[in-house]
Design a protein around this ligand. Sequence first.
Ligand code: AHR
Length: 331
Amino acid sequence: MKRLAFVFMTLIMLVSLTCCSLHSDTAGDDKGKLIKVGFSQTGAESVWRVADTESIKKALSEENGFDLIYDDGQQKQENQIRAIRNFIQQDVDYIVLAPLVETGWDSVLEEAKQAGIPVIIVDRMVNVKDSNLYTAYIGTNFLQEGETAVNWLESVLKKYGRENDNINIIDIQGTMNSTAQIGRSEALAAAIKKHPNWFLTAQECGEFTKPKAYEAMGDILVKTKDIDVAYCENDSEAFGAIKALQEAGLTCSINGGVIVISFDATSEGLTDCLSGLISMDVECNPLQGPYVAKIISQLNSGNSVQKITYLDETWFDCFNITQDIINNRAY
Ligand code: AHR
């Protein structure tokens, strides 16, 4: 009987030891299998930016097999550079960078390359000497967005018989030297060059935020109220500019008021479009997370990836916008 009890106890110990070791092996494997990604975001300056961050965080979640280290650059390039260096020290598998501005990335991206860490650029582009410093780019063709806006303006002025009128345009620019600002400002500059009756009455930076744009438009309105078009380089700026224009006694509308052009097409922006405050809003797609996750999983399986991916985007104006479109908007 004693002998039988001994055999039974030994068996129980063996089974529980095996279970224990199996359990810890599984947990270890699971953790080990997660892909470690460092994501450096510019900040949280706009509704668009928050949607972009959420999209990337959601796609690179633990349930999807990622161990994400997120860093908010708070609108400072030096913070983003510091974050990338931290990611390198933490030996991440991939770095995702949403760069604040285009230039000044060569050294830190070289460091990532030396460490063998692929870098995926999202949203805005980097202007580097060697394009091998990044593996892939996912984002927007900002010049094309600007061209969509100015072509629309040209056709709308024609529609209202104003093609030969003098048109005074205000440009509230986004963060200087960011790809979004460069592309959108360049498209406007080219259109002004093409139309001798279009004038760039004032150009000020609104930093892609409502308060800065409000301030910038307020400064401009002290000097002139003879404004036909407010070309705001994102929705947040449009909200600030509209507030300043209204406070100065001007109306915002496509026919007889200031024509406000904006970018992003957030649900808030499109709501202003429906009410006629914003005449036209070019879509800028912040839902980049799934594309980033796809690129990383392709790279992880040893496959080659497309170097440049531009997301599909459309545009809305006060004629084609509907409440239904706004209700179905993801951001
Ligand atoms: O780079 C994209 C731009 O940055 C968006 O238009 C703007 O809203 C954001 O802050």
